[in-house]
Design a protein around this ligand. Structure first.
Ligand SMILES: C[S@@+](CC[C@H](N)C(=O)[O-])C[C@H]1O[C@@H](n2cnc3c(N)ncnc32)[C@H](O)[C@@H]1O
Length: 313
């Protein structure tokens, strides 16, 4: 009980800090309650949203090559595993995977997915971990001899700011050790029209996903955001090399969070997510303090890449 209270207070602090900044911002990890995870799955099936189908195709077309790189006796660790849909492509075809550790902040959804996976893959040890992977966490120690491979698809790395990317790779380098590796999906720079359409879909699913952040926070910390008073918009910000998801206020109004009251002016926005896009050169520069890019697989249109990173020793 006390622990839950401390946790709630930590989240309130995080949200209040974000609402006090200019522009206002809210952490994207709170998109994901069960509804948010379902909406994200819907996004991945949208016509405009090229990343998921492109990454799947790259994985499916290069599985043997990837299995060679990953080697034998693998413990596969996936931070932010969601529905584990793409992971199934690996679990289906790579006998070398002995253990799978899906990690997700959305605990209910994670355990539901883990139960399904246990049925589908009785020979693989499934060890779900419900935690926030941006905070320190301990991995299960059930396969001490396995090679630890971190699987990080979906270009989730693009959601991190530069300083968090660096902290993330330093933690991952410790996790995988000298004999491990990282299989990572990285979205590439491309035409602005393709990028903006992917995050402003015509069915409004991304808008619902963006606003679900507010609904989730209302439930989680007792805030009183009115999602109907906001409008979703995603736009490419050239100088930062990223798509920014924003919620624009339609009218001036107030939002209460704990004992704080915030005024949101008409036309003001709350920044909710970044999706950085990289060139291959930019990305290899970012990981270079910890990892070498050993192999890059892309699609014919060079929209997306899957990369295998090995620790620099
Ligand atoms: C965009 S989905 C990606 C799912 C999957 N890896 C893929 O590529 O299809 C992101 C997932 O990461 C989880 N997530 C986001 N931030 C997280 C955090 N800080 N700690 C743990 N899980 C997180 C969300 O709950 C969600 O299921």
């Amino acid at each position: 009980m006390e622990e839950t209270l401390t946790k709630t207070n930590t989240i309130i602090e995080e949200i209040v800090t974000g609402m006090k900044s200019t522009p206002k911002q809210l952490p994207s990890k709170y998109f994901y309650d069960e509804k948010g995870s379902q909406l994200f799955d819907e996004i991945t099936r949208l016509e405009e949203y090229y990343p998921t189908r492109t990454e799947r195709k790259i994985l499916e077309s290069n599985l043997e090559d990837m299995a060679d790189k990953l080697g034998a006796n693998v413990e596969l660790i996936e931070p932010g595993s969601g529905s584990s849909e793409k992971t199934r492509i690996l679990l289906d075809r790579m006998d070398s995977i002995k253990c799978y550790v899906p990690i997700d902040i959305s605990g209910d959804y994670l355990f539901k997915v883990a139960d399904q996976l246990r049925e589908e893959y009785p020979n693989i040890d499934i060890e779900p971990l419900a935690t926030d992977y941006t905070r320190p966490f301990e991995l299960p120690d059930t396969h001490p001899d396995a090679r630890r491979i971190v699987f990080f698809p979906g270009s989730t790395i693009g959601n991190f700011k530069l300083n968090t990317v660096q902290r993330f790779f330093s933690v991952i380098a410790d996790i995988v050790g000298k004999k491990g590796g990282v299989l990572i999906g990285v979205d590439l720079k491309k035409d602005i029209e393709i990028l903006e359409a992917a995050y402003n879909d015509s069915k409004g699913i991304t808008a619902a996903f963006n606003k679900n952040l507010l609904i989730h926070l209302n439930r989680k910390i007792g805030a009183d955001f009115n999602p109907d008073l906001f409008e979703h918009k995603a736009l490419w910000v050239e100088e930062r090399g990223r798509i920014e998801m924003r919620l624009y206020a339609k009218t001036t109004h107030q939002v209460k969070i704990d004992d704080h009251t915030f005024t949101v002016e008409k036309g003001e926005y709350i920044h909710t997510e970044n999706s950085h896009k990289y060139t291959l050169e930019e990305f290899s520069g970012i990981v270079s303090p910890w990892f070498d890019v050993q192999q890059v697989w892309t699609d014919t249109n060079k929209l997306f890449s899957v990369q295998y990173l090995v620790p620099r020793i």
